[in-house]
Design a protein around this ligand. Sequence first.
Ligand code: AMP
Ligand code: MN
Ligand code: MN
Ligand code: MN
Length: 279
Amino acid sequence: MHYDLHSHSLASDGTLSPDELVQAAATAGVDVLALTDHDTVDGIAEAQASAALAGMRLVPGVEISVSWQSQTLHVLGLGIDPANALLGRGLGQLSAFRDWRAEEIGRRLARAGIPGAWDGACRLARGRIVSRTHFARFLVEQGHAGSMREVFRRYLVNNRPGYVSGDWAALDEVLAWIRAAGGMAVLAHPARYRMSASKLRRCTGEFRECGGAGMEVVSGSHTPDQVRSMATLCCNEGLLASCGSDYHGPENPWIRLGELPPLPAGCTPVWESEHWPMH
Ligand code: AMP
Ligand code: MN
Ligand code: MN
Ligand code: MN
């Protein structure tokens, strides 16, 4: 079975509709796909309907933004009930923060001499959640940088003119929402957080104590070296291992749906756990 347990659609900052995403995954030979949009479950119903037609399994998921020790973490909820009220209220708070943050990013960019960014990002987000990715696309469109990578580095990260620090949800709260919605919590792309090894161990330890079950060992954003070190951390922490491309659409050709190396031997995959919500 071919698993890809991390992907985005137009409901957040991906560029394919949920239907197009599911079709692309089926074409790429994915048997089990998780749709994990940032802080929203709005794409899931459409993805489930397309998956049923395509004969593919769709894991209803979400990638939730967390503030932990003055940095942002991403926690996946896999196999969640998208209609759960506690989860819905929590995601509502996060999307309210996103709306405020988007306006604030727009004000800061305007002060730095770039007018119209809030309007531009909202236009690209088409009424769905507004992410820094939408600002980045607008800035590239307006010629302020040559690539997404460059635009983030110059405008949208800490100490840059368009950066607003995250005020997301607390780790224990988010794990409670995921639990209430019947899902399994997985720490997304842990090697991406630029933490020291000891801080990352504290992070995974606290994550497990709060009820977190797994971590991404294989991720589209992990190098082969990082896959090996994350596999070791995963085993040492007694966490389950997950794998996901973090696909956002065909515009990022270096990340392909379902094209992932296997989980290293010794890791227990999330789907082999008795707690896997999709059994
Ligand atoms: P947000 O949740 O609104 O702060 O936006 C975070 C999203 O921005 C991530 O999920 C990525 O899709 C994207 N992102 C972050 N850093 C970069 C980068 N350096 N290059 C391209 N995309 C990035
Ligand atoms: Mn994203
Ligand atoms: Mn992420
Ligand atoms: Mn993601």
